[in-house]
Design a protein around this ligand. Structure first.
Ligand code: ZN
Length: 336
């Protein structure tokens, strides 16, 4: 959620300056990750026809990544007898900040520096239209289009994985902010008393509590302070997020206590987001969300406690698309 300034380049429509082929029948969606690239192609009305994966080759500063993606798309087009005229365009989600002009400002996991990814990939694809966005923002667009946020145009997606990511969609458009860093909800500051550091260098971020590592950290702290008692968590050699939520479901009293703390932080984070951008729905995804409705219940309880009354109406639901939200959102980037 960047503050708009004179260099306000990332604002507005994700389709600005984009010459898509509106007569085309299909759009490709690409979700570029540090180990695999997910690809898929879609009809204009959101049906995924096929999806597949290739390996991300990060050797030599990631110089082969875009040629590999272009080749995978060209190969699929040949296999399906598609021509350039059949394709509306190609959307791609990347693990780094991207501005409205398609410039990616570095992607550490890929070995990439700063360059215009849209121009480069388009040149490799016989000048087909290419639109790029930050992966978490693009995944949020996917959830709005065909996932948990379907039918809504003001959607916030929050991914509870190893870290906590997010994407904000306002009036159907990604809120990328001034430098493409909009929607970094994992680093909302929630606790002044935290002594451990977050991966970002600050202390007390939402991610330190609501991520998979965060909930495990809460459990380990409780166990170390002698709260184990007869909790099943105390008997485990190594506690995982899944262990904790399974124990919550079984009514384990320590696990329930941890879930309350977890819900307080997540609910507080969602309330802060809702007070600023007033979405109609939150879509919760990522590995930790596999805990299911019980996690939503704890988040909902504290969201209702902390949110401003005008923002309390937001629903909290689970992701529908899971790991596919990225390819859906990427395709949607080039579709009307
Ligand atoms: Zn942080």
């Amino acid at each position: 959620m960047g503050c708009s300034g004179p260099n306000n380049v990332g604002e507005g429509s994700h389709r600005k300056n984009l010459n898509v082929n509106l007569n085309g029948k299909y759009a490709f969606g690409v979700d570029l990750g540090g180990t695999t690239v997910k690809l898929g192609y879609f009809t204009k009305d959101g049906k995924n026809i096929e999806k597949w994966e290739i390996t991300t080759n990060t050797k030599n500063g990631g110089e082969n990544i875009l040629p590999d993606i272009a080749n995978a798309i060209k190969k699929k087009m040949k296999e399906k007898n598609m021509t350039k005229e059949d394709i509306v365009g190609v959307g791609i989600g990347v693990p780094g900040p991207v501005d409205a002009q398609g410039i990616i400002y570095g992607a550490v996991n890929l070995g990439w520096g700063t360059f215009n990814i849209e121009e480069k990939l388009s040149a490799l694809l016989d000048k087909m239209a290419v639109k790029a966005g930050n992966d978490a923002n693009v995944a949020a667009l996917g959830e709005m289009w065909q996932g948990g946020g379907k039918g809504h145009s003001n959607v916030v997606a929050v991914t509870l994985g190893t870290g906590v990511g997010g994407g904000i969609i306002i009036k159907g458009e990604i809120l990328a902010g001034s430098t493409g860093a909009g929607g970094e909800v994992g680093h909302i500051h929630l606790n002044d008393d935290e002594t451990d550091s977050c991966g970002c260098g600050n202390k007390g971020c939402l991610e330190q509590y609501a991520s998979a590592t965060g909930v495990v950290r809460l459990a380990n702290k409780a166990l170390q302070s002698g709260k184990g008692g007869d909790s099943c968590l105390a008997k485990l050699e190594k506690v995982t997020a899944k262990d904790i939520w399974d124990a919550v479901k079984n009514g384990d009293s320590l696990a329930v206590e941890i879930a309350e703390i977890y819900g307080q932080y997540l609910g507080k984070g969602l309330a802060a987001i809702a007070d600023v951008c007033n979405p109609t729905i939150f879509v919760i995804g990522g590995g930790v969300s596999k805990a299911g409705d019980i996690l939503i219940k704890y988040a909902e309880k504290y969201f209702q406690q902390y949110a401003f009354k005008g923002a309390k109406g937001a629903k909290i639901v689970l992701s529908v698309l899971g790991n596919d939200s990225g390819i859906y959102g990427a395709a949607k980037m080039v579709l009307p």
